[in-house]
Unconditional design. Structure first.
Length: 289
């Protein structure tokens, strides 16, 4: 199935490259055309400058953009150029209601939509080992298998449109808890004067270990926070989680606390760093006389 990819950011570039390696990628588009052009020159696919033109080269499209409005804008721009039967797979992280709205718009032009957000960080995107959470019809999920399998290792169908995004929201809450625990544990260990390299190696293998501790505690030890999952993006995701929880009349303390701390980090100029920069705030707790 000839596939187009829309959105060559930190995650999208790796995902598109894995589609290329499987012989599925036909064309790419990015808001900054220079990035699409550079990718196309290196990969041998087509770079389109005008978004609707991507439909001339593809039977399926994968979208990976930053926010709800970005996705809605892409769908609105694409819609007049889509052909009946095309499959649209959205790997962005947006609200479940936005996913359902996109699916409804695409049904009107006889196209299928799968919300398929991903987890696994830039490492998973590069290696093709992402966890993919899908919502949509069983038929759309079945048709998407070759594409999804090129990008991910764990691929799960959770139900109708919106269910993939609901699963991703649960994942983002887990990420908040994991990075909070990792940053706090590392700040405590630093204050105790422990050798942090040995601590990371040991605790990563223990009951309290997590992907975030194993992969992001080294950032904290080195006081360097290259963007894997930017603070600004996780803040956006947690606001989606907060709004979805409010629909059930719930307020989740972990979300509220993390949003307050992310806002502080953004105000301090750390919004484009990896979320492991939360360690900055945790170490400050130990710096009082």
């Amino acid at each position: 199935m000839k596939t187009g990819f829309i959105g060559l950011g930190a995650m999208g570039t790796g995902m598109a490259n894995n589609l290329r390696q499987q012989g599925l990628l036909a064309a790419v588009w990015n808001r900054t055309f220079a990035r699409a052009s550079d990718f196309a020159q290196k990969s041998g696919c087509i770079a389109v400058e005008v978004l609707p033109d991507i439909t001339n080269h593809c039977e399926a499209l994968v979208i990976c953009v930053s926010a709800d409005q970005d996705l809605l804008d892409v769908i609105a721009t694409l819609r007049p150029a889509l052909r009946p039967g095309m499959l649209i797979i959205d790997c962005s992280t947006v609200s479940a209601s936005t996913a359902r709205a996109c699916a409804a718009q695409l049904r009107e032009v006889a196209c299928e939509f799968l919300d398929a957000p991903v987890s696994g960080g830039v490492e998973g995107a590069r290696l093709g080992t992402l966890a993919i959470m899908a919502g949509g019809s069983p038929d759309a999920f079945a048709r998407a298998q070759p594409i999804l399998s090129a990008m991910g290792k764990t691929i799960t169908h959770f139900g109708d449109n919106g269910c993939g995004q609901a699963a991703k929201a649960a994942n983002q809450i887990l990420c908040a808890g994991a990075i909070q625990a990792a940053a706090e544990a590392m700040a405590f260990a630093k204050a105790e004067g422990l050798p942090l390299d040995k601590l990371i190696d040991t605790l990563s293998k223990g009951a309290g270990g997590s992907w975030y501790f194993a992969h992001r505690a080294p950032n904290m030890m080195n006081d360097q926070y290259p963007a894997g999952f930017r603070v600004r993006l996780h803040e956006k995701d947690l606001k989606i989680c907060r709004d979805m929880a409010r629909e059930h009349g719930a307020q989740l303390p972990l979300i509220e606390m993390t949003l307050i701390q992310y806002r502080r980090l953004i105000e301090q100029g750390h919004g484009d760093e990896d979320i492991s920069t939360l360690f900055r705030l945790k170490t400050a707790l130990f710096n009082h006389p």
